[in-house]
Design a protein around this ligand. Structure first.
Ligand SMILES: [Zn+2]
Length: 355
């Protein structure tokens, strides 16, 4: 009997929380790929418990954090903490965590920002302001618009610290990482070289926040411009290709790309990876002729080209998204024969399809 795969793509807005259950007569494996924002935790745990009960497991075997954006990592941190608290640690965690110096710098920046904010809110006296001179120096050049990014970076740092403290196994998922007994599961990217070249973790936290913020900003612009497509008149693939692919954040471009290949039937999980990420894969043929695709970056117009869609040519394409969903991406996938489903329109998406 071939390995069976069951997938739940949760409805977490423009975010990812995906439960994958693999099983055959001998093997059972439950994994969670990202966890959405923390506010979805209760729903996520309900869906996870259903699968864990089915699999006869106490906790997920593997939890993957594809990158540190808040719509991916926050639920991951919450799930790992939750299972530890109830005495059933997750099997292992895959995450591209930053080095110690960045972790420390991010933590002190967050603390300084919090102290300064408290002072601002209480309209502190001159004495208090003076005492906070160090904080002011530290936060010089910091911008309140960076808050979300700084917080999710700290979420990642705290998660790594938590796992180290609680002796929860975690690894950086580069190609070649293996799950014993499950050769069907494979990390395609990012490779070590690619990750180093495009590292989302430079030496300076503020520089990093600036970069990630301007990338986010150009993404948000896309949402605003998500113009309606007149399908009778225009070719969605042309419109997709005409759109700029620039400005994606390094965090997105170094998202973990995961393949599950069951006797040639390929399921590809792309997180928020972009064109550059796919083009830099060491084994690009592995993303060709897919059976099932988790469309990258919530269906954003920035992450695919018609050439990539042609190569992937998924039979089924699932989009976990809302505002990011581009009609051109959907139209071009459909033009290449894909059956496209979105959490925006249908809520929780399941695989296999129900009758
Ligand atoms: Zn995302």
């Amino acid at each position: 009997m071939a390995l069976e795969i069951e997938i739940k793509v949760l409805n977490v807005g423009d975010g990812d929380a995906i439960i994958v259950y693999l099983h055959d007569a001998q093997r059972q494996f439950v994994m969670l790929i990202d966890g959405g924002e923390r506010k979805y935790l209760a729903d996520l745990l309900v869906e996870l418990e259903v699968v864990l009960t089915q699999a006869g497991k106490n906790a997920p075997d593997l939890v993957i954090c594809t990158h540190f954006d808040s719509d991916h990592i926050r639920g991951v941190a919450a799930v790992v903490e939750h299972y530890h608290t109830i005495g059933r640690d997750v099997g292992e965690v895959w995450i591209h965590a930053p080095g110690r110096s960045l972790v420390k710098e991010a933590a002190s920046l967050l603390e300084a920002r919090n102290r300064l904010r408290a002072v601002e809110e209480s309209r502190g006296s001159g004495a208090v302001r003076l005492a906070r001179l160090g904080d002011t120096l530290l936060t010089d050049g910091y911008d309140a618009r960076h808050d979300l990014l700084l917080e999710s970076l700290n979420e990642m740092c705290n998660l790594v610290e938590f796992m180290n403290e609680k002796l929860i196994h975690w690894y950086r998922p580069f190609p070649g990482i293996k799950i014993p007994g499950f050769p069907e599961i494979e990390v395609l990217g990012p490779s070590r070289d690619y990750f180093e070249e495009n590292s989302p973790f430079p030496n300076d936290v503020k520089e990093m926040l600036n970069h990630e913020y301007s990338a986010k900003n150009s993404e948000l612009q896309i949402i605003n411009e998500n113009h309606q497509l007149n399908r009778d008149e225009e070719n969605p693939c042309d419109l997709l290709d005409a759109a700029s692919k620039r400005g994606l954040s390094k965090a997105n471009l170094t998202s973990v790309i995961l393949l599950i290949d069951i006797e040639g039937e390929k399921y590809l999980f792309t997180a928020d990876a972009g064109v550059k990420s796919f083009e830099s894969l060491d084994e690009p043929e592995k993303i060709e002729n897919l059976h099932w695709l988790k469309v990258p970056h919530h269906g954003s117009i920035k992450n695919l080209t018609s050439e990539l869609i042609e190569r992937m040519s998924p039979r089924y394409a699932y989009i976990s998204g809302d505002g990011y969903i581009s009609d051109h991406v959907v139209g071009c996938l459909e033009a290449h024969g894909a059956e496209v489903r979105t959490t925006r329109d249908e809520g929780l998406l399941r695989w296999p399809l129900e009758d």
